[in-house]
Design a protein around this ligand. Sequence first.
Ligand code: NAP
Length: 288
Amino acid sequence: MTQILSSAPIKKKIIKELKTECKFLIENGIHPYLKVILVGNNPASLVYTASKKKFCEKIGAKCDIITLGENADQKTFLEIITGINQDPNVHGCIIQLPLPAHLSHLDVGKLVSEEKDVDGFHPNNLYAVLSNQISTDHFVSCTPKGIITLLMEYNVEIANKRVAIIGRSMIVGKPLACLFTNHDATVTLCHSKTPNIREITKECDIIVSAVGIAHLIDQSFISNKKNQVVIDVGMNTDTNGQLCGDVDFEKVKDHVLAITPVPGGVGPMTIISLAQNLLQASKNRLSL
Ligand code: NAP
């Protein structure tokens, strides 16, 4: 029978660990504190930021969402980030993407200081992933980190496996390709210009889709051996307005060994990783 790689049991276990860790930090004078900067009213961003705040508060951390209007000027936006970078009581900061068009030229990865970059976008954090030199001073991008955590929690072998990742973004596909490589997998990173993606995915042990097209991945991407693991990163809206992944779950699920659902798969793992990074950033202040 196909294994459904739900995040629910992992979430339950990790929340317990994070609560204990948060309590320890508070007892030692550090109350983990995340600031989220949200510019504009993108409906998906409103939902994502609210979920992040809820999760932080659930484990005992503080989280403020700083909401700026759609037309917020660049000077105000940058001043807020500088203020957060300089505030010793704030341990983590994330800038919710996407930014409105007039701010989208900014190199977001360089704005939040490296030690508060709990999204793992700073060049030094990315370099740690690229060079496989990740220490407690570094933060790994939340979605790729969450995917590796999920696979490890379900004892899915990564070493020596062939992995196809569809999507080469800086926040998912590229860092994830590095993480899999660091775990001794052999990775093919596919994108919109890759010819014959199906030939690649059919040959792989693990398929990750991070594209953003509802129901793109159907049975034609899958081998008929029922031995593949499918990870669906996509968060899309179907024709009925319901949240759905890149994978046509109903068409694919009976033909694979294991598969993540949407919702309840990679999405919650991303928030768990964010909370883990926040607590790590807070813990790093203990030794200062
Ligand atoms: P993105 O920056 O838009 O990147 C999409 C990638 O997909 C690009 O590399 C693009 O190729 C590739 N692509 C587009 N159409 C394709 C096609 N027909 N065949 C093969 N590749 C194709 O997206 P993203 O930010 O990585 O997000 C991807 C999806 O994951 C979205 O649905 C997003 O909402 C979701 N997401 C979920 C989480 C979570 O926590 N679950 C976190 C982040 C993102 P090119 O580079 O050639 O354009």
